[in-house]
Design a protein. Structure first.
Length: 243
């Protein structure tokens, strides 16, 4: 009898020490950046080496974008990914339980969360939108150069915000152009790593072929351009390696 009790105590000790405890699991989410299958690094910046669906050669000089409401956590959250400065490309999450999760997040802020001036860290890095366009925050700042029809290298500012029609400055009309990204089911185990991939080429091609000769700068007050960005952005993100 004593031997049975001792053996039972041993089993309880074994399982309690070897199995991850509820809400003890840590996860790292890595954001990687690609151009139609080619992985981008900082060595690819400032080079006219990528070709859009419309045929323009472009460079990537600056890329930072905002995600919010990542579904692996239970509270409202946001995260700024800054590719060109290599900050924010990894996000650590702790306090999870081993389980299968449905992974979703929002590109940008919903209107409910897009309140002007309330996020001090975003204010400090000039991620806000001017009051004349309704305030709030950028969803993305993607800057570079492109070769135009005359082969001149000119700048572009592919900046995504909440779409605003400012035809009447005293009566701004808005459309929420943030969108949810659904990456499906992922199994979370202890020390898991999840890759979220952004294909920059998709911003220029699907479902709308983007013509940089026509749409290159001053896009923030362009109501129709912002809606096209939203539509093209829905194919930009995909789930990479989960291990």
């Amino acid at each position: 009898m004593k031997n049975n009790i001792a053996f039972l105590c041993f089993l309880m000790l074994l399982f309690s020490s070897c199995s991850p405890k509820e809400e003890d699991i840590s996860v790292v989410v890595n954001f990687t950046h690609h151009w139609n299958g080619k992985v981008l690094s900082n060595q690819d910046l400032n080079q006219l080496k990528f070709t859009t669906e419309n045929g323009e050669n472009i460079s990537v000089e600056k890329l930072r974008y905002l995600i919010s409401d990542l579904s692996l956590t239970d509270f409202k959250n946001y995260h700024l990914i800054n590719f060109h400065e290599n900050t924010g490309t990894s996000l650590s999450i702790s306090g999870l339980a081993e389980n299968r999760y449905h992974l979703t997040f929002r590109f940008g802020f919903s209107d409910q969360d897009n309140t002007d001036g309330i996020y001090k860290d975003l204010n400090s890095v000039s991620f806000g939108v001017p009051t004349m366009l309704g305030g709030g925050y950028h969803y993305m700042q993607f800057d570079g150069k492109y070769r135009n029809d005359n082969n001149d290298a000119l700048g572009f500012n592919y900046h995504a915000i909440r779409a605003v029609d400012n035809t009447d400055p005293d009566n701004l009309k808005f459309e929420d152009t943030s969108f949810e990204v659904d990456l499906g089911s992922v199994l979370i185990t202890n020390n898991a790593k999840i890759e979220i991939k952004m294909n920059l080429a998709e911003w220029f091609k699907n479902p709308n072929t983007w013509n940089l000769n026509e749409l290159n700068t001053v896009l923030m007050p362009n109501f129709q351009a912002q809606k096209i960005m939203r539509d093209n952005g829905k194919t930009v993100f995909s789930l990479g390696i989960v291990n």
